[in-house]
Design a protein around this ligand. Structure first.
Ligand code: BG6
Length: 465
């Protein structure tokens, strides 16, 4: 069966500055640079952000390879910690301006749409240590100024902007789960960080509305969305799923699309005496400055059940995630290397929800991909990785996306995570996601079988299933 995708569909891939550029000539360290310098053992193989695919120096060759993989659009990010010289005065690092200008021009010269994100987990660490990072209202303004600088410098050529990648990961991993620096576990602080991230996104959109120079310009946010599937139809599990949905999906989604946080959520936070501190002026910015487009990162579904409350846990300080417990369902398909369930049909459900509950807003899959360990074991005699599992994974997700589009979903693109194997936070190079393989010792980059497949797919705009 041949499935035809819409004309002008974005067939692309996503990455980010901190995961590819390397630390060369950067003005400031971000939170991950700092974390690695102080706690190397927490990173897979003790490999940190210095060991990158060297995009800072090799971007011309890398973009050539991306073209060879058939990408017509690529998302990367501009690093706040590179672009801005004095973080509080907002002065520019001219070398960085030159670099990002050259990158954007190179993409355009190759007929690749540059899609630019402004925050990919990479807060300059000084702003955390000096002001408390995203807990600080002042840092929100500094971020909005940085965003404004990006629009001034690059919106003559870049039309597609995103304010944040997965803000919920910043909240959960940094302030609830102890996975990302600053490794805080504190529900009330997590709630304040979530609110400030949303406000920062809305303030950046406000800047965009006056500074953008591009008539085709549009701005959005990238959210990691998935339905929360209850373990059973029992009331307590269904309630747990509703709470997970409120916190993990609807907080940022409702505020970004509708300009309002879900009232059930704010009431629940108020009842727990844990609502964020906000003022009317800021809330009116959130109400007024909504996104034009949405990016959806989807890897795996969320499965939740009623948490086990003990008298101890009830007495504990408030946590917004205390109303549900995540679990792995037995007997489902898994990507064992990453430990994530494979459930392609969820893409269809996400699409239906945006269509029905979120004004059929234009959106795209901004990340979807399969991370596999030790992929060299699948190399053929010519050294080409035969990643049929990735082709199958992508085909199955695109099948469900196509079905949704044929039923009216307003989806304009699909980006694989990621073009070239990249460094990935605490997991470093444990799981490889790229269409193009990277040898971190020699810096040799080789198209995988999936890259050739993706090129045929994007050229024809037709998926064979
Ligand atoms: C996404 C992030 O959620 O997951 C990426 O936006 C990240 O930055 C990707 O690299 C894969 O993560 P991991 O932990 O499997 O390497």
């Amino acid at each position: 069966m041949n499935l035809q995708f819409p004309e002008k569909f974005w067939w692309g891939a996503a990455t980010s500055g901190p995961q590819t550029e390397g630390r060369f000539k950067k003005q400031h360290d971000n939170v991950f640079d700092y974390d690695f310098d102080h706690f190397q053992e927490r990173f897979w193989g003790a490999i940190g952000p210095d060991t990158a695919s060297n995009f800072f120096n090799d971007f011309r060759d890398d973009i050539e390879l991306m073209k060879a993989a058939g990408l017509n659009s690529v998302r990367t990010s501009i690093q706040w910690s590179r672009l801005i010289d004095d973080l509080e005065l907002g002065t520019l690092n001219e070398k960085a301006v030159e670099f990002y200008n050259a990158v954007i021009d190179e993409f355009l010269a190759h007929g690749i749409r540059p899609v630019i994100n402004l925050h990919h987990f990479d807060l300059p660490v000084e702003l955390l240590h000096k002001y408390g990072g995203w807990e600080s209202r002042y840092v929100v303004d500094l971020y909005a100024d940085f965003a404004g600088k990006c629009f001034e410098l690059f919106s003559d050529r870049v039309s597609d902007w995103f304010t944040f990648n997965e803000p919920m990961v910043v909240v959960e991993c940094g302030y609830l789960l102890g996975f990302h620096y600053p490794d805080v576990v504190d529900g009330k602080r997590a709630v304040q960080v979530a609110y400030h991230l949303q406000l920062a996104s809305s303030l950046a959109i406000k800047k965009f509305r006056t500074i953008n120079q591009n008539p085709a310009g549009q701005i959005g946010i990238i959210l990691n969305l998935t339905p929360a599937y209850p373990a059973s139809s029992h009331h307590a599990d269904v309630f747990a799923a509703e709470m997970a949905d409120l916190w993990q999906n609807r907080l940022f989604l409702d505020a970004s699309v509708k300009g309002e946080f879900p009232s059930v959520l704010t009431e629940m936070l108020s009842a727990e005496n844990a609502l964020w501190k906000a003022n009317d002026e800021d809330l009116s910015v959130i109400r007024q400055y909504k996104i034009d487009v949405l990016g959806v990162n989807y890897y795996h579904p969320s499965r939740v059940q009623e948490p086990e409350f003990s008298s101890d846990s009830l007495a504990q300080d408030f946590r917004p995630d205390k109303f549900y417990a995540s679990y792995n369902k037995r007997g489902v398909r898994m990507n064992a290397d990453r430990g994530w369930e494979i459930h392609p049909q969820t893409i269809y459900e996400i699409a239906k929800r945006i269509q029905n509950d979120y004004e059929n807003l234009p959106w795209f899959i901004s990340e979807n991909g399969m991370g596999v360990a030790n992929e060299q074991r699948f190399a053929d005699n010519d050294g080409v990785i035969q990643d049929d599992y990735r082709i199958q994974f992508t085909t199955e997700h695109l099948y469900w996306l196509h079905k949704a589009i044929s039923e009216g979903a307003n989806c304009f693109g699909y980006h694989v995570w990621t073009p070239i194997d990249c460094w990935s936070w605490r997991n470093s190079y444990k799981n490889r996601y790229g269409l193009i393989a990277l040898d971190i010792h020699t810096q040799v980059k080789t198209l995988k079988k999936s890259a050739h497949w993706f090129k045929s797919l994007s050229t024809a705009g037709v998926l064979e299933v």
